[in-house]
Design a protein around this ligand. Structure first.
Ligand code: LLP
Length: 419
């Protein structure tokens, strides 16, 4: 459920017509709905109402915009971060350091030190050596670093291979069968409070079965660790819940997910942590773009828009589907291709798609673009970095400006010997 809907024949974000935003801010542009973010945050938490101790950390890689994070901080979410840059954003948005979890397969020593100095709540360790280094850095500071071991449960998440993380051949986590011995060695280190385990098997999961299989393996590991005398107080169950991208798609709801979690973890007696990203943000955002040309094509016309793969990379990268809607639907449908101006054949948002007829100057949106949208944008083809707008009720504000080619060039340098 989201708050993008037609009113008087025109698409609105909450109480704001999208055409007004296009007129004032220009296109392409991302538009987010705060009410939708809040609703998703609440629905996720309510789904877990039967679980006694829950910590929700928004995976801010999905949408690191400061205003978006501020909304989620107000909803009581902390952050799952994978770099010091993301940590700085979480802190700047008003999230408490203790509510920040640091994940990621390649944290540098400098990043570990910076996160210790900031006093973050938990480190999710990916390998034994990382734990040794973290323990040392913490001991040097007279600190004890709260940490869990991220394990790879070798479960097929059944999602696109580029966003699958829990199979043995993926780079993430340490093999679950080695976890007990590594846990035992790291638990002895002064400087480390090794208090549990973490798992995350992939993103855009459309079935709960692989999650349940992974969580059952984690439950068995928790029992094994306890039997070996370790205190296990925290388990991080990651993110991964899928969202509907296509009309009619119905992935498991947060309520279904919560019921499964409550059943599987009922005798674990731990604080459970979650790192949802997409399920909170994806359908809280649209990517709005304007039609530049309608170019005749051999099979279907090409609707050439001013947004491109550098602004929204998901289609080119994962063959992802984003629904295409006209901001002022004509009611007459055509079958067309929708493509951006970038000089790559993969810069195509939709192929042979039934859409409303459009002409030069019309606005269209790509739906479900609030997660892994703007954050993955680049300036390829020297296009400006795409701006972002947040709507709440009748209010809206530019929450990230369009970064112009001149600004980007100002960071570049032609050395003296070339002048
Ligand atoms: N926790 C960890 C450790 C992760 O690696 C991720 C996502 C999440 C949580 C959040 O997962 P979510 O709830 O959003 O599924 N760019 C890709 C998605 C990459 C996901 C990476 N990790 C896309 O556009 O589909």
């Amino acid at each position: 459920m989201d708050y993008f809907a037609l009113q008087n024949g025109e698409l609105y974000a909450e109480d704001v017509p999208l055409s007004r935003i296009a007129g004032e801010v220009g296109t392409p542009v991302y538009v987010y709905s705060a009410a939708t973010l809040r609703r998703h945050a609440r629905v996720f938490r309510e789904g877990l109402a039967a679980v006694p101790r829950v910590h929700c950390a928004f995976a801010i890689k999905a949408n690191p915009n400061l205003a978006v994070l501020r909304v989620l901080a107000q909803e009581g979410f902390g952050a799952d971060v994978v770099s010091v840059g993301e940590m700085k954003r979480a802190l700047a948005s008003g999230m408490a350091a203790k509510d920040i979890v640091f994940s990621g397969v390649g944290k540098s020593r400098a990043e570990l030190a910076a996160a210790l100095d900031a006093g973050i709540g938990q480190f999710n360790l990916e390998l034994e050596e990382e734990g040794v280094v973290l323990a040392q850095l913490a001991a040097e500071r007279g600190m004890t670093a709260p940490a869990v071991l991220r394990v790879n449960p070798d479960v097929d998440a059944g999602t696109h291979e580029k966003i699958s993380t829990g199979k043995a051949e993926n780079k993430f986590g340490l093999p679950i069968d080695q976890a007990p011995e590594i846990f035992a060695r790291l638990a002895k280190l002064p400087g480390l409070n090794l208090r549990g385990v973490a798992v995350h098997i992939g993103s855009q999961l459309t079935s709960l079965d692989p999650l349940e299989a992974a969580f059952n393996r984690i439950g068995a590991l928790v029992r094994e660790l306890r039997a070996a005398g370790h205190a296990v107080t925290h388990v991080d169950l990651g993110g991964g819940l899928g969202v509907p991208y296509r009309p009619g798609e119905e992935p498991p709801s947060p309520a279904d997910f919560g019921a499964m979690v409550a059943r599987v973890t009922k005798d674990w007696d731990v604080a459970l942590m979650f790192e949802p990203g997409r399920v909170i943000a994806a359908n809280a955002g649209v990517f709005m773009t304007q039609v530049l040309w309608v170019k005749p094509g051999v099979t279907h016309p090409w609707v050439i828009v001013d947004g491109a793969m550098n602004d929204l990379a998901r289609v080119a990268m994962y063959d992802a589907y984003h629904a295409v809607e006209a901001v002022r639907p004509s009611g007459e449908m055509i079958t067309a291709n929708v493509a951006g101006p970038v000089c790559e054949s993969s810069d195509v948002f939709a192929k042979a798609r039934k859409i409303d007829t459009v002409k030069t100057g019309d606005l269209i949106v790509l739906r479900s673009a609030g997660a892994y949208g703007a954050t993955m944008a680049s300036t390829y083809n020297s296009r400006p970095l795409v701006p972002e707008v947040l709507v709440e009720g009748a209010n809206y504000a530019v929450v990230a400006g369009r970064i112009a080619a001149e600004t980007i060039m100002s960071e570049e340098n032609v050395p003296d010997w070339l002048k």
